[in-house]
Design a protein around this ligand. Structure first.
Ligand SMILES: [Mg+2]
Length: 123
């Protein structure tokens, strides 16, 4: 789990574009810009994530409506999603890297079992 020491260590430096940015280092740095009250933990980032996912969908919708493909705009909204996801994970005391790893494990297991098609959480 990310500790206050981790946060302080990252807060003293800006990200070096030449260094790999891990899920966990992103999560720590994202937390530095989280200013919502503790009383809204989980709720605030969950609602924000839903809102930003809508912004992604809206930009993609405009490909149909306008025929314009705003790749950079979609990427920016995806980044907003990532920020909220990172903070939601933090509020739930979860590391983003663990979530990513578990998701890959689940998908690999489903693929091996021939269950990538279909729906449901516990296939
Ligand atoms: Mg946005």
């Amino acid at each position: 789990m990310i500790s206050m020491e981790d946060i302080l260590a990252f807060s003293e430096t800006t990200h070096d574009a030449k260094k790999p940015l891990t899920f966990d280092s992103y999560q720590v740095k994202a937390a530095l810009t989280a200013i919502y009250p503790l009383t809204t933990a989980v709720l605030y980032p969950a609602l924000g994530l839903a809102g930003e996912a809508g912004e992604v969908a809206n930009k993609v919708k405009k490909i149909i409506r306008d025929g314009a493909f705003d790749r950079a705009g979609i990427a920016a909204e995806m980044g907003d999603c990532l920020w909220y996801l990172a903070l939601l994970a933090r509020d739930l005391n979860l590391d983003l890297s663990d979530i990513a790893r578990e998701n890959l494990n689940k998908l690999e297991r489903r693929k091996a079992e021939g269950k990538l098609k279909g729906s449901g959480d516990d296939r």
